[in-house]
Ligand binder design. Structure first.
Ligand SMILES: Cc1cc2nc3c(=O)[nH]c(=O)nc-3n(C[C@H](O)[C@H](O)[C@H](O)COP(=O)(O)OP(=O)(O)OC[C@H]3O[C@@H](n4cnc5c(N)ncnc54)[C@H](O)[C@@H]3O)c2cc1C
Length: 376
């Protein structure tokens, strides 16, 4: 079945052409590629974007629609791993990116906040540490012992993140692409790139996250393709969940959309090794788990109208890789590996890598996310 998000009508996009050789060729027209294309075209470079399918046809049109600040790891864990100053700066950088997304998104982004829920005592202890670390470092967040709405009585507490959002990701990314085309970027859809060296461009940015495995052999062992599965229900006639909710270390995530549907993803841990794949297919075991949890969330049997799978890129340290690929003389660049957390990070990293390609390497995030950290 088609992802629910991709049923949205695509906005018109100028059919801009770039004459001759491009300054930058981008492989991948998801949130990363489109965000980078917009920034680069506005910066005056000739940009050509190639996608094997269409704009937002990868994870950017297949995800849970959560627009969360921060990284894929818990804040307290991030702080321990790469230091308080870097962790705080990284979180604040994503908060600023979310604010910029709001300026570009129109009705593709709402900001109701999100709930990070505790499914058991152990998780409660973990997210309590996260909450305390956020507050110590001056980042916002509230602690709830009792969660309101449909989750009431089912969880052992939550962090409320007040500025998080709910994104119609395909609509947002298609709008970014339309803006990038207006700024001069060319889009070539249904154009699979087999060999990046053969592209007619001075530099190449590979923005394929979990897809395109092997296109840059140096990255192949660093970004593991990982499958996520999602379902959407028929519209409910009452509001049970007024914002994105997620629990069990993010393994389960759901939200109710403005038309009343519940969109639910996760349960990757039902068969976690099988989900380390780039085969974009749903499986009976995970679909059955999703469906039975959907009925619990709704408090009744509800019809499933949409089912789909998507692939994201997982990294060892749960941080993206952004920068020049080592050993390629600055010709090949990569941005991806958001570890399931790429709606805001993809947008932010697209801008970050574009700024670097435009010659601005002043952001401290470039050092944190440099692929060179995995070099021997
Ligand atoms: C099921 C699921 C749920 C998720 N939920 C969330 C969520 O709620 N919140 C969140 O923040 N993140 C979520 N993520 C992660 C997020 O969707 C991704 O990290 C993000 O969309 C990545 O964007 P991207 O532009 O880097 O890559 P993608 O959107 O995956 O785009 C990559 C593009 O590259 C193209 N491509 C690949 N190889 C080639 C080639 N050889 N030639 C040409 N084109 C090629 C593909 O066709 C694709 O369009 C989820 C991911 C999945 C799969």
């Amino acid at each position: 079945m088609n992802p629910y998000w991709l049923e949205d009508e695509a906005p018109p996009r100028a059919s801009t052409q770039v004459d001759d050789r491009a300054d930058v060729a981008i492989v991948g027209a998801g949130v990363t590629g489109c965000s980078a294309a917009l920034r680069l075209a506005e910066g005056g470079l000739r940009v050509r974007v190639h996608d094997a399918r269409g704009v937002a046809s990868g994870a950017s049109g297949r995800n849970g629609g959560f627009a969360l600040r921060g990284g894929a790891a818990r804040y307290d864990v991030a702080r321990e791993t790469y230091g308080a100053e870097r962790a705080r700066a990284y979180w604040q950088w994503t908060e600023e990116a979310l604010d910029r997304m709001a300026e570009l998104a129109g009705d593709a982004l709402r900001r109701p906040g999100s709930y990070r829920l505790a499914a058991d005592e152990e998780e409660r202890e973990g997210i309590r540490l996260e909450y305390e670390a956020l507050r110590e470092d001056g980042l916002d967040g509230d602690w709830l012992d009792d969660v309101p709405g449909g989750a009431a009585g089912k969880f052992l507490g939550a962090i409320s993140h007040p500025s998080d959002g709910s994104l119609q990701p395909a609509r947002f990314v298609r709008r970014l692409a339309a803006r990038a085309a207006d700024a001069g970027a060319e889009f070539r859809e249904h154009d699979r790139v087999e060999d990046i060296e053969a592209l007619d461009a001075d530099r190449v940015l590979v923005a394929t996250d979990g897809y395109g495995h092997g296109l840059v052999p140096e990255i192949a062992d660093l970004v593991w393709p990982t499958r996520g599965q999602v379902i959407a229900s028929a519209p409910l006639d009452r509001v049970l969940y007024d914002r994105p909710h997620y629990a069990r270390q993010g393994f389960d995530y759901w939200q109710q959309l403005p038309d009343g549907r519940i969109l639910l993803g996760g349960f990757r841990d039902v068969s976690i090794m099988d989900e380390l794949t780039d085969v974009e297919e749903t499986t009976p075991a995970i679909q059955a788990s999703l469906e039975s949890f959907l009925h619990e969330l709704a408090g009744e049997e509800v019809e499933v109208t949409h089912r789909w799978a998507g692939i994201f890129g997982l990294t060892q340290d749960m941080l993206p890789l952004v920068g020049a690929v080592p050993g390629r003389d600055g010709r090949v660049w990569f941005a991806g590996g958001y570890s399931g957390h790429g709606n805001v990070l993809g947008f932010a990293c697209g801008e970050l890598v574009a700024d670097a390609l435009l010659g601005d390497t002043s952001s401290p995030q470039l050092e944190l996310l440099d692929p060179v950290r995995f070099s021997d």
